[in-house]
Design a binder for this molecule. Structure first.
Ligand code: HEM
Length: 401
């Protein structure tokens, strides 16, 4: 690492190299420990995996804009792999106004109104599961639960092939935030086959009445959203609410299954269920990586960054930065719950976090009510994606009780 550009150390490392996919933490650590900010020559981006610098970037939208896209590719330049989101990829004041409308549409009161459905869906699902000795934490739990309750709240169908298609679109959406590598190309191939379904599913005329998707279009009708914004925002919710939550629920189950005493403790102390979920969010960080772009020359971590360059934020690594966290690699539900960056920070901090937390609470309480013992029953494996870690397989042994 002798070379520097404008005092920023240059690394010839590839965090997207598929040899790191099974366990990306060592390469992220290498980047984090090299310097507060480095330049990744393969991708022509700056990168930081340190908690302090990731926070600084996320909190400073004026110097670190989202308008270049929250993925690797600069969506303002020719050859962008996807259209911009009118919520995620805009800065204040445009962002403030769209976000304000959406915050009212999915207010805490509205989300509380969905809770009965979340609880009943979880209870019915787990009642069926406890007839068996082994289950898969993804195919039998996290995926069917989230792809039932969230599409229902939004107003899109989720039965039959829809569920498979929802997973394909999520794989593609996150993979398209990285480079055009094999993960992207494979996800793209699967997505192309369902692209017509994807576009149709979120058209206004195909929405199931009563979902919050309908409210997004009504906001455009009465002028609260600019013309054309509703469809784009709809896409952001479609994509943002599924893989992220499925990943977080799967990681929580994986960690809980590894500690049967903790499962027993949670059965008697439901107040800690929230902490079990937050700690899995910190440790495993579903969306591992986000990008911003420098709006002008700006200082970060003691060095000057050039204008108009992407900054790769390794949030998953910042969530394990030893400068911030004691025993960062341990799953410890007794550590303070706040401060992790898995749900972002600053103006774009996750707008769906209360939905995800409500889903987690309902699902885990249903499982704790009905399952006495939860243990691993085989090796977990991850789906091959860019920018998001989500388990594909999570074999679990259960005992009803
Ligand atoms: C545990 C599950 C979740 C995780 C880990 C997660 C993670 C995140 C993160 C890190 C951001 C910030 C992105 C950025 O800074 O550019 C974000 C924003 C967002 N999330 Fe989530 N999310 C989760 C659940 C949800 C759910 C359930 C929804 C659906 C309502 C959702 C919808 C969104 C949207 C629309 C944004 C953009 C907000 C904005 O730009 O103002 N997310 N999410």
């Amino acid at each position: 690492m002798a070379a520097t550009i404008d005092d920023v150390p240059v690394l010839d490392l590839d965090p997207y190299d598929q040899r790191h996919a099974a366990n990306p933490f060592p390469i992220w650590e290498q980047i984090r420990e090299a310097a507060p900010v480095v330049y990744l020559s393969r991708y022509d981006t700056y990168a930081t995996g340190r908690y302090e610098q990731v926070c600084q970037v996320l909190e400073d939208w004026e110097n670190f804009t989202s308008t270049g896209g929250v993925g690797l590719t600069d969506i303002t330049k020719p050859g962008a792999m996807r259209p911009k989101s009118e919520l995620v990829e805009v800065d204040p004041p445009v962002h403030t106004s769209v976000r304000g409308v959406m915050t009212k549409i999915i207010s805490p009161k509205v989300i509380k109104g969905w809770k009965d459905d979340f609880e009943a869906t979880a209870a019915a699902m787990v009642d069926e599961l406890v007839r068996r000795d082994t289950i898969d934490g993804m195919d039998d739990v996290a995926i069917p639960f989230v792809t039932t309750v969230f599409p229902r709240a939004l107003g899109i169908p989720s039965d039959g092939d829809h569920r498979t298609n929802l997973m394909i679109q999520g794989d593609y959406r996150f993979s398209s935030l990285g480079p055009a590598n094999e993960f992207y190309l494979a996800a793209r191939g699967r997505f192309d086959a369902i692209a017509a379904w994807y576009l149709a599913a979120q058209q206004r005329q195909n929405l199931i009445p009563g979902g919050f998707g309908e409210q997004i279009f009504l906001a455009e009708d009465d002028g609260r959203l600019e013309p054309g914004v509703a469809q784009s925002v709809m896409m952001s919710f479609f994509g943002g609410g599924l893989h992220t939550t499925i990943s977080a629920l799967g990681s929580t189950l994986m960690h809980l299954s590894r500690d049967p005493e903790l499962w027993t403790r949670l059965r008697g102390d439901r107040l800690r269920v929230k902490a079990a979920f937050e700690e899995a969010l910190r440790l495993e960080s579903p969306a591992t990586t986000w990008y911003r772009k420098t709006s002008r020359a700006v200082e970060l971590g003691g060095v000057m960054l050039r204008e108009d360059v992407k900054v790769h934020l390794l949030t998953a690594s910042a969530n394990r930065d030893p400068r911030k966290w004691e025993r960062p690699d341990s799953y410890d539900i007794d550590r303070p719950m706040l401060g992790h960056l898995a749900l972002g920070r600053g103006v774009h901090q996750c707008i769906g976090q209360m939905i995800a937390r409500t889903e987690a609470e309902c699902l885990f309480n249903a499982m704790l009510d009905r399952i006495e013992r939860l243990e691993p029953a085989g090796e977990p494996a991850y789906r091959p994606l860019n920018n998001l870690r989500i388990l594909d397989v999570l074999p679990l042994a259960i005992r009803a009780g």
